[in-house]
Design a protein around this ligand. Structure first.
Ligand SMILES: Nc1ncnc2c1ncn2[C@@H]1O[C@H](COP(=O)(O)OP(=O)(O)OP(=O)(O)O)[C@@H](O)[C@H]1O
Ligand SMILES: [Mg+2]
Length: 309
């Protein structure tokens, strides 16, 4: 019996989201935001919260600055998640500042404590923790040599694995990371990430690339068009439910959670895709990555409404 359903590993951020600026300031000028929120951020937090909301036993693993621990504890608790898997670091929590006008959005990022993530994953205590999960999800551009040390260990311990590297062009272009794409059980790029990998953003190009690379289970996220999985060399496409999307932040991370939840349930690939699409779509209905995440009963009712009983 494994202690956790899922260990989610990745960069952890404090997101500062400023919106409603009338214009961009010139250097030395000040402009005022209409609206500001501070929220936990990063793909690992988003996917972990989504899985916890679906009643999974989740261990979130990453690094934060000690000064933010109480905030993380309180916010994660709202999702039924503990912050105990987050290690404290002398550096501050990573920060992303998001600034938007009606037309555009820009991000400023400080890596902070996340700088030590690769080093952390080589620690024996962390490895011992990872192997107590049924599934390990990496929401990060996992370094090739670290992947080569970790995956054999995880697979030997009977863990299934998945990877969402986010938009990391250097990682996606580096041939050294092809081994990692092959070693992981489920690989979750979105369209722009697939374009960096294959030179083309179509699902067909991703299908051909996945087949030629011997990817175990390639899954491509296609925004409002849903997603597709490569099954026996062909494309299995699923459309999401129709929603009034207001903010795409975190949709891909919610999608990953829905898919992993299906895998843990032993669902067919088509059902995993459907659950994933529902989680992604519902996530877009609220501002921010966390407010729109469905619980199990909303997932089930949306499933029946969209795809039938
Ligand atoms: N407008 C939409 N309507 C319905 N579903 C959507 C919409 N946008 C996204 N989704 C759902 O969310 C999933 C993930 O979205 P997307 O393809 O944008 O991922 P992503 O680019 O990785 O997102 P992120 O910006 O969070 O990294 C899609 O596969 C789809 O199921
Ligand atoms: Mg994404």
């Amino acid at each position: 019996m494994k202690r956790w359903d899922v260990a989610v590993v990745g960069e952890i951020y404090a997101d500062h989201v400023f919106s409603g600026f009338q214009r961009w300031p010139a250097p030395g000028e000040e402009v005022h935001a209409d609206h500001y929120v501070r929220e936990l951020g990063g793909g690992a937090v988003n996917t972990a919260c989504a899985l916890a909301r679906l009643q999974r036993r989740v261990r979130l693993i990453g690094l934060i600055g000690e000064a933010d621990r109480t905030w993380f504890e309180t916010r994660l608790k709202g999702f039924g998640l503990s912050a105990d898997g987050l290690r404290s670091d002398a550096l501050n929590t990573g920060v992303t500042v998001s600034v938007s006008t009606a037309e555009d959005r820009s991000f400023y990022t400080y890596l902070g404590a996340n700088r030590r993530l690769t080093e952390l994953l080589d620690e024996a205590t962390i490895r011992a923790e990872l192997i107590t999960a049924r599934h390990v999800h990496f929401a990060m551009p996992l370094m090739a040599d670290l992947a080569k040390r970790l995956f054999p260990l995880l697979h030997k311990a009977g863990c299934t694995t998945s990877l969402d590297v986010g938009f990391s062009p250097d990682w996606l272009r580096d041939p050294a990371n092809r081994w990692t794409c092959r070693a992981v059980d489920y690989f979750f790029p979105n369209q722009s990430e697939a374009q960096v990998l294959t030179g083309d953003e179509s699902a067909e190009a991703f299908r051909d690339w996945s087949s030629s690379m011997d990817i175990r289970h390639g899954v491509i996220k296609l925004g409002a068009a849903g997603a597709a999985a490569i099954v026996n060399g062909g494309l299995l496409r699923v459309a999401p439910p129709h929603v009034d999307a207001v903010d795409m932040t975190g949709a891909g991370d919610a999608f990953d959670a829905g898919f992993i939840d299906g895998v843990l349930n032993g669902e067919s690939t088509e059902n995993c895709l459907r659950r994933a699409c529902i989680c992604g779509a519902l996530c877009t209905t609220r501002i921010g990555a966390l407010e729109g995440l469905p619980d199990f009963s909303l997932l089930r009712s949306t499933y029946e409404h969209t795809y039938g009983p």
